[in-house]
Design a protein around this ligand. Structure first.
Ligand code: FES
Length: 126
């Protein structure tokens, strides 16, 4: 089987899909080669990620990666979320095929972009 059960589960039943209207940080990234786009919304209180939602226009691995990434940072501090790597996302999914690793990179980048946006809006944190 090319994809792990976890990848299939997060692809078929993605967690935290949607958007947050009054988000404290929004990040959008894309991959020029495959054309996939990922958008992350963060709600932050006391430097803790209290809510996170995503929208991914992309492949199944990108959807599974963003779903897993949101689960991994929900309830974590901003500093912890900044340390999330695509490797951690891939491991949590029990692996991705080599040509799909870039999909997990997109998830890492989307979170970093949303946190960047957060610090632009709230340089002192929130
Ligand atoms: Fe590009 Fe999955 S094929 S994000």
């Amino acid at each position: 089987m090319l994809y792990s059960e976890k990848v299939m589960d997060h692809f078929m039943n993605p967690r935290n899909v949607g958007e947050i209207e009054d988000a404290d940080g929004i990040g959008e990234v894309g991959n020029a080669k495959c054309g996939d786009i990922m958008k992350m919304y963060l709600k932050i209180d006391n430097q803790v990620i209290t809510d996170v939602k995503f929208k991914t226009f992309g492949c199944g691995s990108a959807i599974a990666s963003s779903s897993m990434a949101t689960e991994l940072i929900k309830g974590k501090t901003v500093d912890e979320a900044l340390e999330l790597t695509n490797k951690a996302v891939t491991e949590a999914l029990d692996g991705l095929p080599a040509h799909k690793i870039h999909c997990s990179v997109l998830a890492e980048e989307a979170i970093k972009a949303a946190l960047d946006d957060f610090y632009k809006k709230y340089p002192e944190g929130k």
